[in-house]
Design a protein around this ligand. Sequence first.
Ligand SMILES: [Zn+2]
Length: 311
Amino acid sequence: MNLCEVHEKLGTTEQCLQYIEKMRWPDGIVRCPTCGNDKVVKVERKAASKNSRGWFYLCQESTCHQQFSPTAGTLFHDSHLPLIKWFQAIALVLNAKKGISAMQLKRDLGVSYKTAWYLYHRIREIMAEGDIPKLGGVVEIDETYVGGWQKGKGVRYGKKQKQTVMGAVQREGRLKMRHVENAKVKTIKPFIEASVDENVERVMTDQHLVYPLALKEFADRHQVVNHIIGEYVRGDIYTNSIEGVFSLFKRGIIGQYHKISAKHLQRYLDECAYRFNRRKNRDTFEETVRRLCGFPPLTFASLTSDDSLPF
Ligand SMILES: [Zn+2]
């Protein structure tokens, strides 16, 4: 869903509530979140103030009598921000290919900077996925260096002040990125172990000397392009996919975020990967709202069905 569709389909609090309700009770049977009973009645509020919702559900179980709304127990329930703004923020964040700054979000939504910043961080939080399966097929691995900014020390350059990022991407598949301490063998080996399936067909890297050591167990399937001698592609051996991801990420930093502190770097990497890994999905809006609600995620199979990524 893009912003126009969100305006159209989720332009009122009632529409937003119905959207969440459908997600929460797909079979249409509303259940009390406290006792699980489905004998509930909808109660209209007499004098609804401007921001409060016009109705709530009341559990009919004699020992319970819980009042609740479809957002009960979710992040949206405690938020003072209208659901409409939340949904618009999600659409804006998801549709910004290179990311969007909190400042831009503030302008687009007409909210305070503090609110925009909070919104963005909450949305970003659910973009961290530890549950991506290991990569198979043909995998490209590379490292890159980001930033160089340290608080109070001004802009510095040189790898020492920069942060190291490891990336692995399956061709035509998924991406994993991690902020690591350095690019030493003992640091990148755990990243590779966590990212690459043991049955991977081939693994491609550049000539960096750490790779033959870190990829020892894949030695028979490890192929190298030597950038030092000007070789970037040899047949189908290249690392252009992962380098493309890094450059997109860096353009995003320059264009949108300007500065990223080392503390938050992993979040930005997660956001970049979240977007990348859904680049072929028709609609990630629902999945994102679902995650924000804390509802059980859709199964991996259903996420990758249709025209989503091949796995
Ligand atoms: Zn109940």
